[in-house]
Design a protein around this ligand. Structure first.
Ligand code: 3PG
Length: 210
């Protein structure tokens, strides 16, 4: 399972963090991202329609690889698994959630920002983590410091990552992919600027995964 997650993150390079307010935006948004070369999508459980939105993307956009983000507890994890998500991501990790994730088979990245949180994740065999909030927690310097005692971790930094700094993060040897909301600005989703989102994705992919 860890291998699956590593392959998924590596192939993604960039994982857009999606907050979908209106169900009808889900499919056109996923199509726009895929058209721009961004296939691995994190649908966050931050809105009432998130679950239905993820289901619609899975059903109607076969080229999208849909995961669920903002998984806060074992129930959320079970919901992600049940709807057919390919992976799960959390901003953190409670003992309950880490235990459930370790017992299940859904590829799962808990969130960590400190050595102790990382140790909790590693104690459950979860060595691929979301470094969150990445920039605000000290950025690349903090990640390098954590890699001293924990050389084998692999991370997806998220939080404050954008077009200007994504390449620097990806140059770190333990960074598999970066996550962020910058590829899907709420205003573009609201106005249905799908072509704009596709163009932004294509530009980012050209820059980050030439
Ligand atoms: C997340 O939940 O991963 C963050 O909200 C994304 O952070 P960003 O908005 O700074 O990209």
């Amino acid at each position: 399972r860890q291998q699956k997650l590593a392959d998924l993150f590596t192939s993604a390079t960039v994982i857009p963090v999606l907050t979908i307010e209106r169900l009808e935006d889900a499919v056109p948004l996923a199509r726009a991202l895929v058209a721009g070369g961004v296939r691995v999508l994190e649908v966050t459980l931050r809105t009432p329609v998130a679950i239905e939105a993820a289901k619609a993307m899975i059903a109607e956009v076969p080229d999208a690889i849909v995961g669920i983000g903002t998984i806060l507890n074992a129930d959320d994890l079970a919901r992600a698994k049940a709807l057919g998500a390919k992976f799960g991501i959390s901003p953190g990790g409670t003992p309950e959630l880490l235990k459930a994730a370790a017992a299940g088979d859904l590829p799962f990245a808990p969130g960590i920002a400190t050595a102790s949180e990382l140790m909790q994740a590693l104690a459950h065999g979860l060595d691929i983590v979301k470094f969150f909030p990445a920039e605000q927690s000290g950025g690349i310097k903090a990640l390098r410091a954590l890699a001293g005692p924990f050389p084998n971790i692999r991370v997806c930094p998220t939080g404050g990552v954008g077009e200007a700094n994504a390449a620097s993060w990806l140059a770190e040897p333990n960074v598999l992919a970066v996550g962020g909301s910058w590829l899907c600005p709420p205003a573009d989703i609201r106005s249905g600027n799908w072509a704009g989102i596709s163009a932004m994705c294509a530009r980012a992919m050209k820059l980050l995964k030439p």
